[in-house]
Design a protein around this ligand. Structure first.
Ligand code: C2E
Ligand code: CA
Ligand code: CA
Length: 399
């Protein structure tokens, strides 16, 4: 019980804090409350996995707290609470997400125990736990990569018109000998700042190619395999050759591999990046622009770089259900992608409402918890059966 994670509450309504503490304790958390924004540092010192924040307090406004969380690179998740309108809550949420503070959800006052409980029991919370609880060293990560402790989970991607399964994204995890299964939040930024991102990427590519070719015959899967590239791959001129060799070794076609790069990984002086991306494209690989909408030079990059797919960031997709601004961003990204001849994929499709809305909006592909969570390859066959039973109902309305 010593390792039970903390939930921190920051709300000037004392009675509400007592109530929310009780709910969080029922869900198995330890709790810590403060009633004034100036006590934020004390709360963060306990390394909470979740911070429940009232955005309208007497002594500090919640937006200021959000900025401080971003500055402190708060690794946990945020729940935004307010008695104000839904629009206010959504703006605060968007603001947090744009600053890379991860939002678990929003709650309107009066708060119901069930709504808070649902957020506290979300599986995503497990993502924050390892990072908060384990100090990972560079040497440990280097050893883990070398000893083949990286494992891949695959998240299916499907076509919105007919529900066909068209691809998977490989997402790395680390089966740590002491800490258990660690998620990317716990080690990707360390890899990127300590020169381990390229060795990690090479392992991921080899593992994904090997697993997917081995199972393609049994699964009958002929779709694309998407692999995430770190920014440093855009500076290594030998990278295209390395992947060509890796692909040739397993006898897979480059056309089946989609490399995902984020907008921000194309640096200020993009000459090298353009050369690498163009070479990858010439070799036949497909390229996807990941987290679209969160970077700065979106339009310029899209015009000049040889991308094949645009992946709308999950922050906008998830918010689209309740927030007009996000809805407009998703709609214009779909229009932009289609006009540029790119495949458009929405990630973060978490429920049926979003599914039908995206389908009607003309989005081509979808990925998200509603379709499937990332899973080990051996679970894909079972998902495929389950998806077959659901998909017909989801595509019965013509678009
Ligand atoms: P990403 O590339 O944007 O990947 C999508 C993340 O969103 C994944 O988290 C996935 O599990 C999660 N996700 C998918 N559908 C939903 C949904 O409907 N709702 C919500 N809330 N989340 C959803 P994951 O696996 O923890 O990966 C986090 C990030 O770590 C990735 O973001 C990517 O930037 C990085 N990453 C993962 N694998 C690799 C890798 O092999 N190499 C590199 N360089 N980075 C990786
Ligand atoms: Ca990705
Ligand atoms: Ca993404």
């Amino acid at each position: 019980m010593i390792n039970r994670p903390y939930v921190a509450l920051l709300d000037d309504d004392v009675a509400l804090c007592v109530f929310m503490s009780k709910v969080a304790q029922t869900a198995g958390y330890r709790t810590l409350a403060a009633h004034d924004g100036r006590e934020l540092a004390t709360l963060l010192a306990a390394q909470p996995v979740l911070l429940v924040l009232d955005i309208a307090m007497a002594h500090m406004d919640g937006l200021e707290v959000i900025r401080q969380l971003a500055e402190a690179r708060f690794p946990g998740r945020l729940v935004i609470v307010s008695g104000h309108s839904a629009t206010m809550l959504q703006s605060a949420k968007l603001l947090a997400e744009l600053q890379d503070v991860r939002v678990a959800g929003v709650l309107t006052k009066p708060i119901r125990a069930e709504s808070l409980l649902a957020l506290l029991q979300a599986p995503e919370l497990r993502v924050s736990t390892p990072q908060v609880q384990h100090e990972i060293s560079r040497a440990d990560l280097a050893r883990g990569i070398e000893n083949n402790e990286l494992v891949l989970h695959y998240q299916p991607q499907v076509r919105l018109t007919d529900g066909a399964w068209v691809g998977v994204e490989a997402l790395v995890r680390w089966q740590h000998p002491q800490h258990g299964l660690l998620y990317p939040d716990a080690f990707i930024s360390l890899a990127e700042t300590s020169g381990l991102a390229l060795p990690l990427t090479r392992k991921v590519i080899n593992l994904a190619l090997e697993e997917c070719t081995r199972s393609s015959s049994t699964l009958g899967f002929t779709g694309t395999l998407s692999i995430n590239l770190p920014p440093v791959a855009m500076t290594d001129l030998t990278f295209p050759e390395t992947v060509v060799a890796a692909v040739a070794q397993v006898g897979c076609k480059p056309e089946k591999i989609m490399f995902e790069v984020t907008e921000t990984s194309v640096p200020e002086d993009p000459a090298k990046a353009i050369e690498i991306l163009t070479r990858l494209r010439l070799k036949g690989f497909a390229l996807s622009i990941d987290d679209f909408g969160t970077g700065h030079s979106s339009l310029e990059n899209l015009q000049h770089l040889p991308f094949s797919e645009l992946k709308i960031d999950l922050g906008f997709v998830r918010a689209a259900e309740t927030d007009t601004g996000s809805r407009l961003i998703v709609e214009s990204s779909i229009a932009l992608g289609s006009q540029l001849g790119l495949k458009v994929l929405a990630e973060g499709v978490e429920n049926e409402t979003l599914w039908h809305w995206l389908r009607a909006a003309g989005c081509e592909l979808a990925q998200g918890y509603f379709i499937a969570r990332p899973m080990p390859l051996e679970k894909i066959a079972a998902w495929q059966c389950e998806w077959e039973t659901r998909r017909l109902a989801l595509v019965s309305v013509p678009v």
